[in-house]
Design a binder for this molecule. Structure first.
Ligand SMILES: Cc1cc2nc3c(=O)[nH]c(=O)nc-3n(C[C@H](O)[C@H](O)[C@H](O)COP(=O)(O)OP(=O)(O)OC[C@H]3O[C@@H](n4cnc5c(N)ncnc54)[C@H](O)[C@@H]3O)c2cc1C
Length: 476
């Protein structure tokens, strides 16, 4: 046996999962098709809920150092020109944080490696077989065996195809392009800083596009498409044509780095588990990227699955814990697919007068505080059931906060405001007594993924704390 878990794919999902599994004590091997990491900006919008989770793993600070911008720009729905205000949700991270995707992957890979995860590059998976006790994974570098395998191999998942699994959903309606470029000359229409998406999106002649400065001044992420939704050319001539149409003749392409096309199909696996093979991230669900959520869903899938699978392997997981990966994460991705369907209608470059009327009504609705709050919660993930606020705490060991208590990746029984803490609690639950100035006294059982599993008055505790970790309850 080569590992307890083989993670297939070193994208953001696979690396977040590998880190979480290793934190939970599992021996993890990541196999990745690419020989070298692709340094592509791609999607890098870290939504507030994901930022909270990364903070609870001490992974946010290194990403903030690499963030290309952090203006206080609110979220968006379908690119419409009203900012979504996340500050009303009570979070330390109310703004989207932009970090090039490959930088996010680098931080996750470094952290996972520090925990003992091995990453084998140039190991494309070509075959997979699962028995009652193990999984055999065939790769370009040889055959590997483990107790479990998790397919995090992206939207075109080879593992999904090898297992002949249907990927039901709706086909795409238009094709867009994505390129990392350097500009040799710019017109005054080229933005000098990133702003709200509604200010960044422009139309011109045959094309629509969004040019976003990244980091060092000359590098831009260019997302563009044909007005009629047909596939745009992604060679240098095609990119130059789009630049000229949208930003004027003086805007000249300097260097064309990675260019690719992407669509707006929405598809989702019915089951995320097939025997000892599980699925996470784009391998399990795809949708149009304009809401900036695919990477976020994938990282959150990885963290949700990671601690549960590690607990299953370690032997402390209550019966059925692993099944809650499907029951918790499938509906959330289904919801994102659902609202991105609505967004692709509103965002469609070739929308007619009916959609224009619908947009106007949506814009008016988004100015109403309740509607704005609701959309902000949905897009940022801050409306997540059971989300525990990151309270400042006073403990015997000094001041801390909930995100810091969660960093070892263990569940926490937190007695807030007085009472005698009765040790011991079941391993690996950690008991902490703390004062929290802004919070009424209570006892909270918090899962490693920062969700509330149980709450009760001070002095009380769940009869079966480990069993409670299968549930999520609303935090008042
Ligand atoms: C234009 C654009 C903008 C986006 N913006 C955002 C955004 O702002 N925020 C956001 O959250 N999301 C965004 N996304 C979506 C985001 O990029 C994806 O959802 C994310 O990359 C999914 O991560 P993943 O790890 O699941 O899959 P991937 O990133 O696709 O990673 C899969 C990995 O598996 C490897 N692999 C593939 N096949 C095999 C095999 N057979 N064997 C071994 N390894 C294999 C691949 O090489 C790759 O490294 C955007 C996407 C696009 C196209």
């Amino acid at each position: 046996v080569d590992a307890e878990v083989i993670v297939i794919g070193a994208g953001p999902t696979g690396l977040a999962l590998a880190h979480e599994l290793a934190l939970g004590g599992a021996a993890v091997l990541v196999v990745e098709a690419r020989a070298e990491q692709l340094e592509q900006v791609k999607g890098g919008a870290i939504q507030p809920r994901t930022a909270e989770l990364l903070d609870a793993r001490d992974l946010l600070a290194p990403m903030l150092e690499l963030a290309t911008r952090r203006p206080d720009v609110g979220g968006h729905f379908a690119g419409l020109p009203v900012q979504l205000d996340n500050t009303v949700w009570g979070t330390r991270h109310p703004y989207v944080i932009s970090v090039p995707q490959w930088r996010i992957e680098q931080v996750l890979a470094d952290a996972a490696t520090r925990l003992g995860v091995r990453v084998l590059r140039d190991h494309a998976v070509t075959g997979i077989e699962s028995t009652d006790t193990e999984v055999v994974v065939r790769t370009a570098g040889g055959e590997l065996r483990a107790g479990w395998a998790v397919a995090c191999d992206g939207g075109h998942s080879t593992v999904r195809k090898l297992l002949n699994l249907p990927f039901p959903g709706e086909p795409g309606t238009y094709v867009s392009a994505l390129a990392d470029i350097r500009l040799a000359a710019v017109s005054d229409r080229v933005p000098t800083a990133a702003g709200h998406i509604s200010e960044m999106t422009r139309q011109g002649a045959q094309h629509w596009g969004m040019l976003t400065p990244v980091g060092d001044g000359t590098l831009y992420r260019f997302v563009f498409g044909n007005g009629d939704g047909t596939a745009p050319a992604t060679d240098a001539a095609g990119v130059q044509r789009a630049l000229t149409d949208i930003y004027g003749e003086p805007t000249r392409l300097g260097e064309l780095r990675h260019a690719s096309q992407f669509g707006d199909a929405t598809r989702q696996l019915e089951s995320y588990r097939h025997g000892r093979v599980l699925f996470a991230g784009d391998a399990a669900h795809i949708h149009p990227p304009f809401g900036g959520q695919g990477l976020n869903l994938g990282v959150q899938d990885g963290i949700n699955l990671g601690w549960k699978l590690a607990a299953t392997i370690s032997g402390w997981a209550p019966d059925g814990l692993l099944d809650t990966y499907q029951t918790e994460r499938h509906p959330l991705a289904a919801l994102v697919l659902h609202h991105t369907k609505a967004q692709r209608v509103l965002f469609h470059p070739d929308a007619g007068p009916d959609v224009a009327a619908l947009r106007d009504i949506m814009i008016d609705l988004m100015r109403l505080p309740d509607a704005n709050r609701w959309l902000a919660g949905m897009m940022s993930g801050l409306d997540h059931l059971g989300r525990v606020p990151d309270l400042d705490l006073d403990t015997e060991a000094g001041p801390t906060r909930i995100a810091e208590l969660l960093r070892p990746g263990r569940p926490v029984l937190l007695e807030l405001g007085g009472g005698d803490l009765v040790e011991p609690v079941d391993q690996p639950i950690r008991a902490v007594r703390a004062g929290a100035p802004a919070q009424p006294p209570a006892t909270w059982l918090i899962r490693p993924d920062g969700l509330l599993a149980w709450s009760g008055p001070v002095g009380e505790r769940p009869a079966k704390p480990l069993a409670e970790l299968r549930s999520v309850v609303a935090a008042d």
